[in-house]
Design a protein around this ligand. Sequence first.
Ligand SMILES: *Cc1c(COP(=O)(O)O)cnc(C)c1O
Length: 378
Amino acid sequence: MTKYYLLTPGPTQIPPEVALKEALPIIHHRTNEFATIYRNVVEGLRNVFLTKNEVYILAASGTGAMETAVVNLLSPGDKLIVASCGNFGNRWIKIAQGYGLKVISICVEWGKVVKPAEIEEALKNNPDVKAVYTTFTETSTGVTNDIRTIGEIVSKTDAVLVVDAISGLVSQEFRTDEWKVDLTISGSQKGFMLAPGLAFITLSDKAWKLVETSKLPKFYFDIKKYKKSYVTNETPFTPPVTLVVALEESIKLINKRGLENIWNDCKLLAKAARAGMTALGLKLFGEVSCEVVTSASVPTDIGGKIVKILREKYGVSIAGGQGHLKGKIIRFAHMGYVGKADLLVGFACLEMVLVELGMKIEKGKAVAAAEEVLLKTK
Ligand SMILES: *Cc1c(COP(=O)(O)O)cnc(C)c1O
């Protein structure tokens, strides 16, 4: 039996306290017992999203919340801007096109970050744009977009700002209200350290105004239904009860550690991971690195093999590139329950795989570089 080390940017490792909750006998969801848990959970979510607004829970993966953010704000023929810098940014375009909307896409080369000035320009040229959709941490390339600056720009217009914070929330500083984000979404299987299956969404008053006029077809993801049930501490349809119960535990763990401490821990792990990659002679990929996943370019002749061998031989799971970056980059995640020791294990095994694949590297160098960073901070 292999012991696995999950170092992928979703799903992420689940702490035993949370996993045990997932294993408890199921309770009914129209009970006081569930209502109490639900209330604790949504209040906890509001503190993580850093919003005064309500946060709703959907039974879906993160993409379900993305679709919810499109069908509840817009109407047939509406114009929107998508600022994309990778695979997940492009998903906004695909969803919007699926609903026949007019998409103005501002795409930058993968690895670069979205340029706020280009969004400003597009908004100026298209005053009829209803919403701007973008990504906080673009997990497919490992970069962070400057949401605070984009929020300043969009808030001065009639458009609303929608942000996919699926991978970045919890782990990296993100402030929904302060940064003037009108609609933020996230999911359970990244920083929340839970199994996949829950998605979260919160809307500002400005976004709710659009909801009132939205005419795109919807039923299961009709956000008004969720708002109505919120009052009675319920979800409109059967929630994944086990996941909600486990989420209560995960929020407890997040509160115990403290959001800012988690941000700092991830920042430190990211710094150590960058040092590790650089020590291996691998070029960091991405203009502005995010703190949840570190990506680096790898020689294309071995790029396709690294992830597979690492997992099959050592039980260490990292991710490769997506789309045209397949076989060209590796992505090493360090969010949620991943600690310093996991990081060192991951790099030690990565070194062995690279040696095995014929790369001329000095054994122990990445681990030493990561240790150096980790030792400097207690
Ligand atoms: C993981 C991820 C998604 C996709 O979420 P699913 O849960 O797979 O639907 C979307 N956006 C970002 C930035 C992600 O990291």
